[in-house]
Design a protein around this ligand. Structure first.
Ligand code: ATR
Length: 277
């Protein structure tokens, strides 16, 4: 009997996801008899979809906006990191049908910086993170686990930054976006986790000249690939890492779990995805 291993990415909407292209490239590269498809699942249909996974229709899959938090509650087990982050983006069906959830945004963020800015955490005294939403959670935990001594968490709604800093304990200093100028001079890393940068939006009044000349600026927005924040940083000669690498790297652990081969993020894969942006 031919048994094709089927995996998925679910979200709502989902049709613009690049994940099928990433996993499809790896499936072909490794000659694996498997599939990876994007499936639109509305929030009210999420429990029924997880049940389909439990019944064995799929080996597992990815979960994206808006399901990352809701699916966390539907898993039969979750790894400690996903529990800390409070969201799961990768599901694996165990042989007994139980669903195990984990979060690979954490590894995606670190893998991207490690590949494109090797040694970035060495001697880093302070990081500034913009945003206090779902994406910020994984990044805050990742920076904390790297031992960054001070992580300044700035958000349009400062109350949300304060609440998140309390919920995920760590060396977090919450504040408003307008507090940036106070913290910028000692910040070796700036991370944007907000949606600013998409659809021709940009940060207003963000003086990047206040940053040390050695600072690294990174964005999780990857459409456009070079956001206004990254373009401004480059123009000043600061180091930058774009957000596409995070998408590519977060895909690695899921593929390994479902198909048994650990894939590699190559320049060719990146170029292939970049051509579709
Ligand atoms: P995600 O899961 O992608 O992180 P989210 O949970 O909706 O999405 O969080 C979006 C983040 O972007 C929030 O920090 C949000 O700020 P608020 O908490 O004040 O809403 C931030 N954000 C979105 N649009 C913004 C804008 N135009 N200006 C400033 N911050 C913005």
């Amino acid at each position: 009997m031919i048994h094709v291993k089927k995996a998925f990415v679910i979200g709502h909407p989902i049709k613009h996801s690049r994940s099928p292209l990433i996993h499809g490239t790896w499936l072909a590269e490794h000659g694996i008899d498997g599939s990876y498809e994007a499936i639109d699942v509305a929030p009210e249909d999420l429990p029924a979809f997880v049940e389909r996974l439990r019944q064995g229709e799929f080996v597992g899959g990815n979960v994206t906006i808006p399901h990352k938090e809701a699916v966390f509650a539907l898993c039969d087990s979750v790894d400690p990191l996903a529990r800390t982050i409070g969201a799961a983006n990768t599901l694996v069906r165990q042989p007994d049908g139980r669903i195990h959830g984990f979060n690979t945004d954490y590894m995606g963020f670190l893998g991207n910086l490690d590949q494109n800015a090797a040694g970035w955490a060495q001697g880093l005294e302070r990081a500034i993170v913009f945003g206090a939403g779902g994406a910020a959670r994984a990044i805050l935990v990742a920076l904390r686990e790297q031992g960054v001594p001070e992580i300044v968490l700035l958000n349009r709604t400062p109350e949300k930054a304060a609440a998140l800093a309390t919920e995920i304990s760590g060396p977090f200093v919450p504040g408003a976006l307008s507090d940036y100028a106070r913290y910028a001079p000692g910040a070796g890393l700036v991370v944007n986790t907000t949606s600013i940068g998409m659809h021709d939006t940009r940060f207003e009044d963000l003086d990047l000249t206040l940053l040390p000349r050695t600072a690294l600026v990174t964005d999780i927005v990857y459409v456009p690939l070079v956001t206004p924040l990254l373009a401004d940083a480059r123009a000043l000669g600061l180091r930058t890492v774009d957000g596409l690498g995070m998408l590519l790297h977060q895909a690695v652990p899921g593929f390994a779990a479902w198909f048994g081969v650990r894939p590699v993020v190559t320049p060719a894969l990146r170029a292939r995805i970049e051509a579709t942006l």
